[in-house]
Design a protein around this ligand. Structure first.
Ligand code: ZN
Length: 602
């Protein structure tokens, strides 16, 4: 590393930050006993095996083995270097690190990305100023005011105005030392192919900044002022800082509300998000002109379980809502779908019927996924027609079969039964038949899959006795300096497992430097990824508060005996070898040695 933040500053950051707060920004955590649990952000899962210990200030995943302290959490999740993680954490707890903000050894790519962000940040502020304070911005401000945008909304969403000029941004950026080539790659400027000159991408448009999930500006969407100008919305292209398939608009501002309400409302575009926010639905986020991706789904699921999808109610919107709801459902989300009168989008609806009605009749009256599917299946069918009606009922029964809860299946079968005056028994029989044939297919499929599935990384109950003994010893040594010193006297670093030898070596040095037991601090000194994982894994083992000397010496015995046993085995094969080559004298000597060694087994 080219530069270093002093150790005492790192320590200051570490004790000021609570790992639970930091992880909570990414993962929805629930307290269970002393620890918090949630879905692991490092591997896909539907049942939580990711735990955070506030006492130890570490995280650990029992599924994939990821683990570490608050620094490693940010490094692994955000791809930060150690210094970047430290700077990020220092900002959260107001520790001034401005002396270290200019790392000398950052890669060019990081450097370019931060330059791009800086340019976006500056332009955003300037666009905002132009909108609010200048004659040129007045028509744009009037337009927004007429559309119901208050000053508060304009400020919250940092809306601005780009001048009707070909080179305003070009000059603005150049004057501040941003290279035009880089600004072109940032999507802010466009290069004229024939002359090689640069000009502004956004001209005479209302500018909506797009942020990443930490609130940094990474792109813009510009809306036309004059009718007839195309396109209506002009978005930044994808760049190294703007990846549409990972970006959810307004996520950084909505995060708290999402946590509080344990629910997120998902829209198709940023205009709907802003409208919903003004209608007092602050837990609103939106995709940016792409359909929902697996990456979006992962981010959502990590943060919340309950999702209301609120897409346009035209055909394309309804199809997209169905697709999104299936994806989110498969990821383990509890999905509802909000619907509006035919052809409307959320923005139109709020404008026409007002915030109150949107909140109650659209979001509040959202349909369960099943009810939405039933409505969807009706589309294009004439239920007065017998053929269509039978097809509809069959389609619905198929969907009902996929419901996990018997109560739910019963509920919708009853609904069908009463709507079409069919006996409930007949529907149940048909549903059961369908369910059985599906299950057969599924079982075949999953047994094929299980064959090829890799074994879970850690299967602790299968570990050998000496291996377990070493883990227990280290677990106690991590918690007590006294125990560590005792074991050091008896074993030094003579553990059988190589990683354990490395860990206790770190640990002895740690205590010798005068540190008190503290996993999280210890982890800042362990730089090897796999060692870190093992340390956190061991630290999360549940062990007794008090441990007797006799229990400890039992563990020590197992560790030593294993070593001796493997030496005896070695001797035994030497003995066999000597017998084979008819060197009986040598064989007898070895046999004698083996007897002595066996006697020395404790
Ligand atoms: Zn995991």
């Amino acid at each position: 590393m080219g530069y270093r933040i002093p150790e005492e500053t790192i320590e200051k950051i570490r004790i000021s930050v609570d790992i639970v707060d930091v992880v909570s920004e990414y993962v929805q955590l629930k307290k269970q006993g002393r620890n918090y649990f949630g879905l692991c952000p490092f591997h896909g899962e539907n049942t939580p095996s990711f735990s955070v210990s506030p006492d130890k200030q570490i995280f650990h995943c029992f599924g994939c083995g990821a683990g570490g302290n608050v620094f490693s959490f940010l490094m692994d999740l955000e791809g930060y270097s150690f210094s970047e993680a430290a700077i990020n954490l220092a900002n959260k707890v107001n520790i001034d690190l401005s002396d270290y903000e200019q790392p000398t050894a950052v890669s060019d790519k990081n450097n370019e990305a931060s330059k791009m962000q800086e340019a976006h940040e500056l332009l955003k502020k300037f666009y905002h100023h132009l909108l609010l304070n200048t004659k040129e911005g007045q028509p744009a401000l009037d337009y927004l005011t007429n559309r119901g945008f208050t000053r508060e909304i304009i400020d919250k969403f940092e809306i601005g105005y780009a001048l009707d000029s070909w080179d305003f941004a070009t000059k603005f950026l150049q004057k501040r030392g941003f290279r035009p080539e880089l600004m072109e790659r940032a999507g802010l400027l466009v290069k004229k192919e024939d002359t090689g000159t640069f000009f502004d991408r956004f001209r005479n448009r209302i500018m909506f900044p797009i942020w990443d999930h930490q609130g940094k500006t990474i792109a813009f969407s510009g809306r036309v002022l004059d009718k007839g100008q195309e396109p209506k919305y002009l978005n930044s292209p994808e760049t190294i800082i703007f990846n549409k398939s990972k970006t959810l608009y307004n996520f950084h501002q909505a995060r708290l509300a999402i946590r509080k309400q344990q629910q997120v409302v998902l829209f198709e575009g940023f205009a709907d998000v802003i409208a919903a926010d003004t209608a007092d639905v602050p837990n609103s986020i939106g995709t940016m002109g792409t359909s929902l991706t697996d990456e979006h789904v992962k981010i959502i699921r990590r943060n919340v379980e309950s999702v209301v999808i609120c897409y346009d109610s035209d055909n394309a919107g309804v199809d997209a809502a169905l697709r999104a709801s299936i994806m989110l459902g498969e990821a383990g989300c509890y999905v509802r779908v909000a619907t509006m009168p035919n052809g409307m989008d959320p923005d139109d609806y709020i404008r026409k019927y007002g915030a109150e009605k949107f909140k109650n009749d659209v979001i509040g009256a959202s349909l369960t996924l099943m009810a939405f599917k039933m409505q969807y299946l009706r589309k294009g069918k004439n239920l007065q027609d017998e053929g269509d009606r039978i097809r509809y009922i069959e389609d619905v029964i198929k969907e009902i079969s996929s419901l996990e809860k018997a109560v739910e299946r019963d509920h919708y079968l009853r609904q069908l039964s009463s709507e079409f005056s069919i006996s409930l028994d007949a529907l149940k029989t048909q549903q059961l038949q369908y369910y059985k044939s599906e299950r057969k297919k599924r079982d075949n499929f999953s047994s094929n899959r299980n064959n090829t599935k890799a074994k879970p990384a850690v299967s602790k109950h299968l570990l050998k006795a000496y291996h377990n003994a070493e883990r227990y010893l280290i677990a106690y040594m991590l918690r007590s300096r006294d125990i560590a010193e005792k074991i050091q006297d008896q074993l030094q670093a003579e553990f059988n497992i190589e990683e354990h030898r490395a860990i206790v070596t770190y640990l002895y040095a740690f205590y010798e430097e005068g540190f008190e037991p503290d996993i999280s601090t210890l982890l800042t000194r362990v730089h090897d990824e796999s060692l870190k994982r093992i340390v956190t894994d061991i630290a999360m083992m549940s062990i007794e508060e008090e441990v007797s000397d006799s229990v400890l010496s039992d563990y020590v015995k197992q560790v030593l005996n294993h070593k001796k046993m493997s030496m005896i085995k070695e001797k035994e094969s030497e003995q066999l070898e000597a017998e084979r080559s008819k060197d009986y004298l040598k064989a007898a000597t070895i046999a004698n040695e083996i007897i002595q060694m066996k006697k020395a087994l404790i």
